[in-house]
Design a protein around this ligand. Structure first.
Ligand SMILES: NC(=O)c1ccc[n+]([C@@H]2O[C@H](COP(=O)([O-])OP(=O)(O)OC[C@H]3O[C@@H](n4cnc5c(N)ncnc54)[C@H](O)[C@@H]3O)[C@@H](O)[C@H]2O)c1
Length: 250
């Protein structure tokens, strides 16, 4: 299966690291011109851009907090003047909070919901305002298998990701057939989010006790994103694809 995204502009949020970085690199390798969104990670974002350019691709970094409506609107306008109208939006930015439910402070809850869910609302609305008049576009939302499974001490994260699933399905119905909106619900993936800096050894061990007996590589999640961005996925509408090594069999 050959995927050619040349002539298309893709914006990937939280693309300086991890899955977002892999998605930006894979979309660029398929010919898309990529807008690498990051939040204050200039050096990391620049290395993604340099890497893409060194392989003959087109990329530019855009610093914006995707929980801030003004910053999102400015970013979309800057992408438009720098690279062109967004054809593909990947809502990937996310944060994790591992904490017993009774200890979560209101501000912590609000931040997780803002980064993991509100950002999808803000970026999708800003992009759709341009996609709708053109009658085309694709949006891919990164949720998590935990949206379906739930997890003790990951309540805010699971609630936000379940919200992303509901938002994806509702947007898909509202904007079909012109705009294709789907999502990915990855299983455990080898990024900073799965490192022991962010999660406990017990949780990491639980995460990896799955049929595949390992975490995914970010490139394996990125391959799903490239497929969903392409015409090969033209009959996919409101679907959540879940590369998860058998952790969850839908
Ligand atoms: N790693 C996993 O096991 C796993 C599993 C399922 C889903 N996911 C999801 O995949 C996505 C990517 O996560 P990852 O594993 O690559 O971790 P990561 O921490 O490497 O990537 C998250 C990115 O989001 C960015 N970000 C955070 N807040 C932001 C903001 N306000 N504005 C802009 N960018 C912001 C971070 O700077 C970071 O670059 C997340 O949505 C995450 O929930 C990850």
């Amino acid at each position: 299966m050959r995927i050619d995204l040349s002539g298309q502009v893709a914006c990937i949020t939280g693309a300086a690291t991890g899955i977002g970085r892999a998605i930006a690199e894979a979309l660029a390798a398929s010919g898309a011109c990529v807008a690498v969104n990051h939040f204050g990670q200039d050096a990391l974002a620049a290395s993604v851009v340099e890497g893409v350019r060194s392989r003959g691709g087109q990329a530019q970094a855009f610093d914006a907090d995707v929980t801030d409506s003004g910053a999102v609107i400015d970013m979309v306008a800057q992408i438009e003047s720098g690279l062109g109208l967004i054809d593909i939006l990947v809502n990937n930015a996310g944060i994790l909070l591992e904490k017993p439910f009774l200890e979560i402070a209101e501000a912590e809850w609000d931040r997780v919901i803002a980064v993991d869910l509100k950002s999808v609302f803000l970026c999708s609305q800003a992009a759709l305002r341009r996609m709708v008049p053109r009658g085309r576009g694709a949006i891919i939302n990164i949720a998590s298998e935990l949206a379906y499974l739930g997890r003790a001490e990951f309540t805010a994260y699971c609630a936000a990701k379940a919200g992303v699933v509901g938002l994806t399905k509702s947007l898909a119905r509202e904007f079909a057939p012109a705009i294709r909106i789907n999502g990915i619900a990855p299983g455990p993936t080898e990024t900073a989010m799965l490192s022991l800096d962010l999660i406990s050894p017990e949780w990491r061990a639980k995460e990896l006790a799955i049929p595949a007996a390992r975490a995914a590589y970010p490139e394996e999640i990125a391959a799903t994103a490239v497929f969903l961005a392409s015409d090969h996925a033209r009959f996919y509408c409101g679907q959540m694809l879940s590369p998860n090594g058998g952790a969850l069999m839908l």
